[in-house]
Design a protein around this ligand. Sequence first.
Ligand code: 3H9
Length: 700
Amino acid sequence: MAAIANSVEYSIRDRVAVLTLNAPPVNGLSQPLRSGLMSALLKARTDHDVDAVIVIGGGKMFCGGADIKEFASGEVSEPDVNAIARCMETMNKPVVAAIHGVALGGGLELALGCHMRIATSDSRIGFPEVTLGVLPGAGGTQRTPRLAGVTLALDLILSGRVIDAQKAHDFGLIDALSSGDLLDDAIALALDATRRGEPLRVAKYLPVKGAEAVEQTIAAALEKVLRRTPGAEAPRAIARCIAFAASGADFEDALVFEREEFLELMNGAQSKALRHLFFAEKGASKIPDLPGDTALRPVERVGIIGAGTMGRGIAMTFLNAGMAVTLLEIDAEALASGLEAIRKTYAASAEKGSISAAVLNQRMSLLRGSTDYADMADRDLVIEAVFENLDIKQKVCAKLGEVCRPDAIIATNTSTLNVDVIAQASGRAPDVLGMHFFSPAHIMRLLEVVRGKETAPDVLATVMALARRIGKVAVVSGVCYGFIGNRMLESYLREMDFLLMEGATPAQIDAALEGFGMAMGPCRMMDMAGIDVNARVLDEREAEGALPDDPSYRALVRKLGAIGRNGQKAGLGYYRYDGRTPIPDPQVNDIAADLAAQFGITRRNNITDDEIRDRLLLPLINEGYRILDEGIAYRDGDIDVVWAAGYGWPRLTGGPMHYAETMGLEQLRNRLQELGRQTGDRHGYFAPASLLSRRATGAA
Ligand code: 3H9
């Protein structure tokens, strides 16, 4: 076997050249790989011992697409995938892509540039470019509508979703499925094509399928996407490229058009932000002082204490990953209602067709209920998800410390309480950490993993690896009030309540933040989460002396809680509700005005959306710098992941810390100081964090 530029291996079997991509871990199409592949193709083209060519991936997959790190250069260097596709398409020997694992983005484009594609039945393909703020820039927007039609091209490329090989085969993107040895089957397919001697099918010469009435189809598909991400640039560019394909334009002109659109997106702020989040998510799993080869504890059997909303969601998270769960409740009635709620959730999914009846039965068969702590004795991991009260959680963890196996991990799902104190109560603090899931736990991707001061390294490493297995993006936080996310949220909600007392309305505040791109405005979010929950935490923090010496601090939410306006579930909160629809309620303005009078807060009618955004977002970011300075978060990117994956922060801006960088740290610091002056900041709410000031002046 000959190596070409190290990253592509060239071998011959049965007069077929086998070109193996060899660039672990994902065979990313870096310049050296592209160059190696081009050389190998040119060799095969003139090799008289070769009648056909196979392009196959070495290792776990065919190809994960372009090497995203190269995007920072601002250009695509030669040879690009277009040049490689041109070389393959003009070859008079069949070129077959043999796909296993995944073929994504540029990897799929490479495959579409071959004459034929064969894939293992468990492989998957897709165009995830849109999630990185770009588009398939190597013919994907042009070949897909020719092979599979405009509608599917729009669906795949605009959504970034991945489909399995069987579907790709049904849609015409894959020509054959392999159920045996992929390379053997690919060679047989290639030799068969050689024997038949028929003209080779070249995607670029096919007509676009479904080019009629294309304008409406494209407009409808685009509108659907933009409803979710209104400011996104990539979907618009994708729509333009597919429209260009459907217009009957010359293929080479279309490739030029597509490449221009691609480069503009790649060099734009949105793609930079989304790429930052991509690498931040991968980086979050790396713990600076934790060796990569730390031995993990086995986790197969999970126990969950508490069958309330959180406990049920956590249980489903593990069941969905095929793990056995025992759910424990205080009495048979509470347990039965928790188990029934889980069954109903799965039944609803089965009814909608998102899971099959067999999957429903398989998941329910992994679930057991119990009212006896002795049933936790054989569990590898037990997560407590009981009422958010320190005393109760300490009691539960003390019990778990007694009954759990010596090597079992004990986790608390607290969202605000001191994990070290809870760990101490267990009597075995090294086995304990926080696993802060977000509601609904089986849907939200974020998991904050709270590392106590005594948490054992293998406990942390095990839970980080487990997070990946259960489909979560895990970020480590140190111990402090609210960890990373809820601690930063506190300043955001503080300014929300102050602005309402100053004269803004909930609808105005929500619109300003949703206009910025937050998935949900803070008033609606509070109503959904439950005002009583937040008011109770504030009462407890006040009792601990942890609140600022400011009687107007969060006065509005506490007042709403005190009069039973507990949010959506009560039909009244920051809004009043018709079902789930929030309706502005003048009574809330009256309450806010009364509180303003009580605390000497001046009411104004000149509050702008810009002021609302700055007042809520900039202190939140400022708190992020404090969190970094205290070592609560390891990296800026970790904070960005928390906010993008758990709090609906707009991904297009890359998360709060990336947003701060793009805004300029000096400007951020100055604006905070200005807000401090404008609000007569007696409590130092706007004082720039030390790390922010140091970074703004280049001292850190
Ligand atoms: C594109 O193709 C544009 C073209 O249309 C046009 C060109 C002109 N590049 O996820 P893992 C790293 S856009 C660079 O743990 P898995 C990743 O950071 C691209 N690096 O593995 C990690 O590094 P580290 C479209 C990449 O087996 C390591 O590889 N493609 C890339 O669980 C392992 O990653 C995509 O968007 C990359 N493309 O999952 C696919 N991909 O070890 C993005 C990964 O230092 N990638 N890395 O932390 C994925 O979805 C998954 O990584 C994949 C493998 C499914 C491929």
